[in-house]
Design a protein around this ligand. Sequence first.
Ligand code: SF4
Length: 277
Amino acid sequence: MNETLWNEILEETRVLARAAANPRTGMLSISPETAALLEKIVPAATVGFKDAVAAVQDTSSEPIPSSEAQVGSQHAGETALSSDTSPHAASLAALAEEVSVCTKCALHEGRTQTVFAEGNPNADLVFVGEAPGFHEDQQGIPFVGKSGALLTDIIEKGMKISRKDVYICNVIKCRPPENRDPLPDEKQACESYLIRQLELVKPKVICALGGHAAKTLLRTDESTGRLRGRWHFYQGIPLRVTYHPSYLLRSPGEKRKTWDDILEVMKVLNGEVTPVP
Ligand code: SF4
């Protein structure tokens, strides 16, 4: 195969992918095998034509973990381009599509795009945060930027699991202006989407990041500090409250407490503890 033909094939593939993607969500359903192949493809200009071809030809028939079969997404709400073809993954994708055109509250007027979720539709652990900020609004992905990097560290360096293996979402799917706190009527308007997400993912544990998530899920006015340190239950699912990463960036002295909370979450994930309502 020569380089010109290779580049033509790549361009044709891009055109076909764009045409086949859902126009609202930008999502494209692909098989695990195709996902594995796509992860091997790198631009010829970056690594050299021979290496690019070799990277693809090197793809053996060895199975890849399901989490590895998920290709990163550029659009709001994508647990897509997920190769997960389970009914609830499809239901999550349909919900993301619905959210992407939602106008139920005034926040839709200022958004660049909705921020639905990121991660594994079969996750044992769901993190629920507050609302998208500037970077999330730009990228359509929850918890990017500095607070996202801290959350990723907690998950990957602390818990030793891949961020792709958990499910991350927010109470609110559109960015409030100037990152202000979401208003009660905005949280009320958006809550049904979160409820449905949690119904579909059905995690073993929920970790509420900060007061807005905790108060929404637990229907309480208690502060994060008072809610921490014990198990709560959301629809029978154990729920742990901890500080939001953006708060930890402002108050690094509280990181120790968050780590204590995460250790309790890990005990449930590891089957060492089964909280009882
Ligand atoms: S914040 Fe939620 S309810 Fe409001 S427009 Fe966005 S998706 Fe709809």
